[in-house]
Design a protein around this ligand. Structure first.
Ligand code: AMP
Length: 131
């Protein structure tokens, strides 16, 4: 069965899309740790990130770099943190999280709530800064 992220990529499930190319897809995390918290996933459905072949893994890092720059241009933050967990959804993904301090990356932090309009506006702004 397709993962929830494959279904998002296929357009079967809605998402707040930021960017895509032939190999990767970026969208906002629906349960964000901060405004602008995004996920970058490969279109190829592979569970464990270190099972990606070298070229795909390197390409994913470069795609995440572009998305991170766009997030940083839109969301006030000191930098964009990058995290991989992958225990919840078995489809490799990189979390990109705007942070001010180390503690902002803690999984123990409460997630924030945003309205549909806020999600849409953030995705649109970040998307417009992707080059
Ligand atoms: P993990 O697998 O532990 O890295 O966590 C999976 C992440 O995917 C969590 O931060 C979820 O909030 C996020 N997530 C799960 N389903 C969706 C969805 N339909 N749209 C956007 N983000 C999602």
């Amino acid at each position: 069965m397709a993962t929830i992220f494959s279904r998002i990529i296929a357009g079967e499930i809605p998402s707040y899309k930021i960017a895509e190319d032939d190999r990767f897809f970026a969208f906002l995390d629906i349960n964000p740790m901060a405004k602008g918290h995004a996920l970058v996933v490969p279109k190829q459905e592979i569970d464990y990130i270190f099972d990606l072949d070298d070229s795909l893994l390197a390409g994913m890092a470069l795609f995440a770099k572009k998305v991170a720059a766009a997030i940083q241009a839109v969301i006030p933050c000191s930098r964009v943190g990058m995290m991989v967990i992958g225990l919840e959804v078995p489809h490799a993904h990189i979390h990109l999280i705007p942070i001010q301090k180390e503690g902002d990356m803690s999984l123990a932090n409460p997630r924030i709530r945003l309205s549909k309009e806020e999600f849409a506006e953030i995705a649109e702004k970040i998307s417009s800064r992707i080059n």
